[in-house]
Ligand binder design. Structure first.
Ligand code: SAJ
Length: 454
């Protein structure tokens, strides 16, 4: 039976073997960071080709992740990080971190913990009693008690969570800033006892520069899901205010700027919708502590944000109709497919929803995105001959677009600006007819120019 005191000293002298289950955009950088701090790290993943790639020192994560390829190369060459598909290779690990997917069911929005349960059952059969099991995946309230502990009991054949120490330390990563966020952002360190939380903090302090806030398991589960539900509800408010302003013939960008001068207000940015791996999912994880349907605010906010791509399609069809173009015969150029500006991550992309809506109405759609390989061809080729351009992502490259060149490449000078990248006045100046999210037809030309996205 391992003792926490022994684990703490093996953390201090780096003799502890750390296991990491799930070598995706969270697990892999975490494994590499612990290896870089001198631990021997065993990473487990189900995908053989991903394991092979990592052992060859190559980074399987798509997109620009500063310093991660070099870090991975360094620690695999030094033999401090080894990837495997076999959970049995974790037998000597004294602490195992689990970073597997925790998706939401697309029909009932309830958590689907199958991957988490499978990982817990698999490692429980290998680990010595008393080892530390830390879940880094984002999970709903009480999942550690109601899902993880029973899975560890089943896998080990022992009661009381298999005799393991349990921790929950939710990650706060963002694609494109994995290592930076992991190193700098504060973390909630939730333990099944204060002693466990203290031990976890000593482990994470080896690479985390931010605060390590001790908590119990349930508090840790609530903090991460609440922080993202909070963001989703606030984005939904900004979007619904945009819809009000459009209907009233006002400019939400001027309204929000003045509202935010009032102390304690911070209206976020209306836009084309909410994508990504966290925000669309975590509110449902938070709500999973309630009976289905008992989270009216969270579900309403999700509905508002999910409706925005459809609203952009409606604005597009309105603008085309004003120009006498039937959607069924229209050619639409969509600018931006990633879910976030200057990112290549397309998970839960609002543009995917928009393209579906446009194509359902018979429009032919071309897509451009400088960060997404499938769409990173020539912008001119994408827009040439299109009846309308729909700007969906505030990529820096689009901010510096020549509007006159864009106008000349299009068949018609029509633009939908779903992220308020340009001021309507600047568009009108070069002859565009346009609609901007949150600005009603004929809204008074305001001082609020384009906003700098965070
Ligand atoms: N969005 C808006 N309006 C806003 C802000 C965002 O429409 O005012 C949209 C974005 O276009 C995007 C989606 O919401 O489609 C999510 O954007 P995000 O800025 O929240 O970026 P994410 O999804 O990478 O969120 C992550 C979260 N961090 C973690 O889960 C650890 C979130 O809690 C952070 O606030 C965010 O990064 C951040 O800003 O760092």
């Amino acid at each position: 039976m391992r003792e926490l005191a022994a684990l703490r000293s093996s953390i201090e002298d780096r003799s502890a073997t750390i296991g990491v289950v799930g070598l995706g955009y969270v697990g892999l950088p975490v494994a590499a960071l612990f290896a870089d701090r001198g631990f021997s790290v065993v990473g487990v993943d189900l995908l053989e080709d991903r394991v092979a790639k990592i052992n060859a020192g190559a980074c399987p994560i798509e997109g620009r992740e500063p310093d991660l390829p070099e870090l991975l190369q360094r620690v695999t060459t030094a033999g401090r990080l080894r990837a495997t598909t076999r959970h049995a290779d974790l037998a000597h690990a004294s602490a195992v971190l689990i970073s597997v997917e925790t998706p939401i069911d697309p029909v009932d929005n309830r958590p689907r913990y199958a991957a988490l349960v499978a990982a817990c059952e698999a490692i429980a059969a290998q680990l010595e009693e008393g080892s530390l099991v830390i879940v880094e995946s984002t999970i709903g309230p009480r999942a550690m008690a109601d899902v993880v502990a029973p899975a560890l009991e089943r896998g080990s054949g022992r009661p009381n969570a298999g005799g393991f120490r349990l921790g929950h330390c939710p990650e706060r990563v963002m694609p494109g800033r994995l290592l930076r966020n992991l190193r700098s952002m504060s973390r909630v360190v939730g333990g099944d006892s204060p002693d466990t939380a203290t031990t976890m903090a000593e482990l994470y302090r080896t690479y985390v520069e931010g605060d390590l806030d001790h908590a119990d398991l349930l508090t840790a589960e609530l903090v991460k899901t609440a922080e993202n539900a909070y963001r989703d509800v606030n984005i939904a408010f900004a979007n619904e205010l945009a819809l009000v302003c459009e209907a009233a013939g006002a400019d939400v960008w001027a309204v929000r700027e003045l509202v935010n001068k009032s102390p304690g207000r911070n209206v976020l940015l209306p836009g084309a919708g909410v994508g990504g791996h966290c925000i669309p999912k975590d509110p449902w994880l938070l709500a999973s502590a309630l009976a289905t349907g008992d989270a009216p605010l969270i579900s309403a906010a999700r509905a508002v944000n999910e409706s925005m791509p459809g609203h952009v399609a409606a604005l597009t069809f309105e603008l085309l109709a004003e120009a006498g173009v039937d959607p069924a015969s229209a050619k639409v150029a969509v600018l931006g497919y990633a879910y976030l500006e200057d990112s290549d991550d397309t998970r839960h992309s609002p543009s995917a929803d928009l393209v579906r809506e446009l194509e359902l109405s018979g429009s032919s759609v071309t897509v451009h995105d400088p960060f997404v390989e499938a769409y990173s061809g020539s912008l001119e080729d994408t827009v040439r001959g299109a009846d309308v351009a729909v700007l969906m992502v505030a990529h820096s490259a689009y901010r510096s677009l020549s509007l006159t060149e864009l106008r000349d490449q299009l068949a018609r000078p029509l633009m939908i600006d779903a992220r308020h990248v340009f001021s309507p006045a600047a568009l009108a100046e070069v002859g565009f007819r346009s609609r901007t999210i949150g600005i009603g037809p004929g809204a008074f030309a305001t001082t609020a120019g384009p906003v700098a996205h965070p």
